[in-house]
Write a protein that binds this ligand. Structure first.
Ligand code: PS7
Ligand code: MN
Ligand code: MN
Ligand code: MN
Ligand code: MN
Ligand code: MN
Length: 353
């Protein structure tokens, strides 16, 4: 890519673009296409949060050690020369933190109006993460109890990302200044993505003792632990829980379309639309799919390519949402306790346009 303003003349920024390719399978392409300064800014925003998340995810770091690092991350991220070498050897994005000083160097070159937003979001997210990590460490295992708890966790790790992006779009002048007042819609974009990730990653997360599915959705089906959903294989009851989780994620679909409708810059639109289109495809793939409890399922390459090509305007994305809502609707089973709610929800999404 040839972005004259994206720092290709500096070794440190070139290294950051490499980190982006190494750490993100889905976001790298849409970030590189962003207009002007936004490409480099969002690349750095992504790398900071990826670094933070890598520390959060590492279960080999003891709580006493993790707490101060998480809670100081917004300062460490602007401290020249700072690296983090203590991630467990299995953390997949460990390299980013080993050379984090390169990220710091480029963060400190960001236009101040963007840097302020990014560090503000970083500080809010790190405290949210640290609170949850501390609870999990002190109580052995904690489950999220209610859907409200689940929404709050997802707000910290993804809704806030959406808020920060939205404030950056407005500050850039490439989107309307009133967009940054729509933080509720921005939060919904993040929640749709995060909840889809949490549904799809069920098996991997449970095996790493990371429990995100709220008890309010699954405990009433008689399971005591999340791993019973695949070990004690009562696949039908597990499927009703899965449909409850998909139903909950679909609550954020119409808000996401409302958000996309407010965008006017094409590169920003594609950046926002592609991930949510993929999320809807992933939800429809997971729905009523028992394979999801066994392994990491993914939409096909060709289907993903189609979605990228089609995610160009709100009308088209609304049609994509409608297609996947229909697929889900058709797969729904009348004896599923969530059946009525799923039908109503799918109708709402199908009728959005
Ligand atoms: C700054 C682009 C578009 C208004 C690293 C993008 C992990 C689902 O851990 O890597 O592998 O299972 O597959 C992204 C709102 C956040 C929410 C969140 C920063 C959308 C750290 C992304 C991404 C707001 C916490 C990636 C939420 O999943 O997860 C930038 C608008 C990072 C967005 C995490 C998850 C993202 C995620 P894993 P993935
Ligand atoms: Mn991932
Ligand atoms: Mn995490
Ligand atoms: Mn993660
Ligand atoms: Mn995940
Ligand atoms: Mn993961």
């Amino acid at each position: 890519q040839e972005h004259p303003t994206s720092g290709w003349d500096r070794a440190s920024m070139r290294r950051c673009w490499e980190f982006l390719d190494m750490t993100s399978r889905s976001f790298a392409a849409v970030i590189k296409e962003l207009d002007g300064d936004l490409a480099r800014t969002i690349c750095m925003y992504y790398l900071i949060l990826r670094g933070l998340d890598t520390i959060e995810d590492d279960m080999t770091i003891p709580d006493e050690k993790k707490q101060p690092i998480l809670r100081q991350f917004h300062n460490l991220t602007v401290t020249p020369g700072w690296n983090f070498t203590e991630n467990g050897p299995d953390e997949k994005d460990r390299n980013l933190l080993l050379e984090y000083d390169t990220v710091v160097e480029e963060v400190n070159r960001l236009p101040p109006q963007y840097k302020t937003v990014i560090l503000d979001i970083c500080q809010k997210m790190e405290n949210g993460m640290a609170d949850y990590a501390h609870k999990a460490a002190t109580n052995g295992t904690v489950y999220l109890e209610t859907i409200a708890d689940y929404d709050l966790y997802c707000h910290y790790v993804a809704g806030l990302v959406g808020e920060g992006l939205t404030r950056i779009w407005s500050a850039s002048g490439k989107e309307a200044s009133f967009l940054c007042d729509q933080l509720e819609l921005a939060n919904s974009m993040g929640l749709l993505l995060q909840k889809t990730n949490i549904i799809r990653d069920f098996r991997e997360d449970v095996e790493e003792r990371r429990f995100f599915w709220p008890r309010e959705i699954w405990a009433k089906y008689g399971f005591n632990e999340m791993k019973d959903m695949y070990e004690k294989g009562d696949i039908e009851r597990a499927t009703w829980i899965q449909s409850g989780m998909v139903l909950d994620a679909l609550r954020h679909a119409c808000d996401s379309l409302d958000y996309l409708r407010l965008l006017k810059n094409q590169s920003v639109f594609v950046f926002c639309a592609v991930p949510v289109s993929m999320a809807m495809a992933t939800l429809s793939l997971c729905f009523m799919n028992p394979e999801m409890f066994q392994r990491n399922i993914k939409i096909r390459k060709a289907e993903a390519a189609q979605l990228i090509m089609r995610s160009t305007n709100t009308r088209e994305v609304a049609l994509i949402f409608r297609e996947y809502a229909r697929k889900i609707h058709h797969k729904a089973k009348p004896h599923d306790p969530n059946f009525l709610k799923i039908s109503v929800m799918c109708c709402k999404i199908e009728q959005w346009c």
